[in-house]
Design a protein around this ligand. Structure first.
Ligand SMILES: [Zn+2]
Length: 422
């Protein structure tokens, strides 16, 4: 192991410049800027290191156009004989930089042992660490049975439909092709993320009747109907959700409870119009809700909490009418702590940092949902060098020492999973 570790240490410069190069390709999503350039940049590097490289464009998935193709890259290196496959999956897309930066978000500036830039933490630094780790194994000439895969996928920030979901539908995240998956998302270098809470997004629309605004009594205000629904949510649902606590190790603590975000409300006249408003009673009001739920909850009960309140209003409030439709739903997922990938990463962290890792659950979902749901592969964790709290923030950075540590953990975990070391 010592020789592998010193090889990884000696790749520090390469690791930094590779991370910088990735950050300089501004893969902003939406709309999905520069995906092809980034996928091909990663693919060329891995081809040079001996991987066979495949590109998969997710045609006809949300956002895919010839201007913004959803291009994914999958690189595969087969060992001396057949055996298990260890797969590292990273998303290539980043969110918009937003306001508040004190450095150029796409320059990849290095300062005080950190690389700054949009996507350094979430998650190009994690991707770079996994690439360096696997290259170190190959350069060491370590004999192994089985396969190493690295994928760079798109659209994680917008649901992953053109990325991991698309590839999972084609069998890229199922046995026998793949056995163990590590996703280098930023969950802190000494923690292993076993999964995530569930999510349900829906739109609730209340209906009214249009009339002149000077005679609102002749119409029926959809906004007033919505406000009666919001009042019930405030009085009854929020307190009820506060009472639900999970045994899942969700971080941060506030997310150990069920949560509901009232994401958007739109009622009456379209607010994008810049002229004078016209006096009308609103006949429609739409509310988008983002409900995050726990492994102890059943999704039908989660939905019923909302529809029960709506039905109660239908009974009690004159002319109350509503429509509801689902936008998105994913069940909670939590990999067993005794799963091979958890044991391997856990032992590697202990070995390298001398600390027993903390097991955590992410408050929000990430691409593990598609691997579990479509790929039916449950030996999957997120482990990476980024600091969770920095994701999507201005002046996002990655600590170079953490990338080195994570690369060592990834390399040893891989050798354990391939049966090279015990
Ligand atoms: Zn991410």
């Amino acid at each position: 192991m010592e020789s592998l570790f010193s090889r990884i240490d000696s790749k520090r410069e390469d690791l930094v410049s590779f991370t910088q190069d990735l950050v300089r390709i501004p893969t902003i999503n939406p709309p999905g800027e520069d995906y092809t350039r980034c996928a091909e940049f990663l693919g060329r590097r891995l081809a040079k290191s001996g991987f066979s490289v495949l590109y998969e464009r997710a045609k006809n998935t949300p956002g895919d156009t010839d201007r913004y193709p959803r291009k994914n890259v999958i690189a595969r290196f087969e060992g001396k004989s057949s055996g298990a496959c260890v797969h590292f999956n990273s998303h290539l897309d980043v969110v918009v930089p937003g306001e508040g930066w004190t450095v150029d978000p796409f320059e990849g500036i290095v300062r005080d042992g950190k690389v700054y830039g949009r996507g350094t933490c979430d998650m190009k630094g994690g991707l770079a660490a996994s690439v360096i780790a696997m290259e170190a194994i190959l350069e060491e000439g370590i004999n192994f049975s089985g396969t190493i895969e690295i994928s760079g996928t798109v659209d994680e920030e917008t649901g992953g439909y053109g990325g991991v979901a698309f590839l999972a539908e084609k069998g890229f995240f199922s046995k026998p092709r793949v056995d163990h998956v590590i996703i280098p998302e930023p969950l802190n270098v000494d923690r292993i993320c076993l999964g995530h809470r569930g999510v349900w997004w829906a739109e609730v629309e209340t209906l009214g009747r249009i009339a002149h605004g000077s005679m609102p009594f002749l119409g029926d205000s959809a906004i007033r109907h919505m406000s009666s629904f919001l009042e019930l949510i405030e009085k009854r649902l929020f307190p009820a959700l506060e009472q639900k606590e999970t045994s899942m190790p969700v971080v941060p603590d506030g997310a150990k409870r069920s949560t509901l975000n009232l994401q958007a409300v739109h009622g009456g006249e379209d607010e994008s119009f810049l002229g004078m408003p016209s006096p009308c009673v609103p006949d429609s009001c739409r509310l988008t809700i983002d409900r995050r739920f726990l492994i102890e909850e059943n999704i039908n009960e989660v939905k019923a909490e909302i529809t029960d309140l709506l039905n109660e209003l239908t009974e009690s409030r004159p002319n109350f009418r509503y429509r509801i439709h689902d936008i998105m739903e994913f069940l909670p997922t939590m990999t067993d702590v005794d799963a091979p990938v958890v044991k391997a990463v856990s032992a590697s962290i202990l070995n390298i940092s001398g600390k027993n890792p903390e097991y955590v659950i992410s408050p929000g979902t990430y691409d593990q949902k598609h691997i579990a749901r479509i790929g039916h592969l449950h030996d999957c964790v997120a482990y990476g060098p980024g600091i969770l709290d920095l994701a999507h923030q201005p002046d996002e950075y990655i600590v170079i020492d953490d990338m080195i540590t994570a690369a060592k953990v990834m390399a040893v975990s891989t050798l354990k999973l391939l049966g090279v070391v015990s």
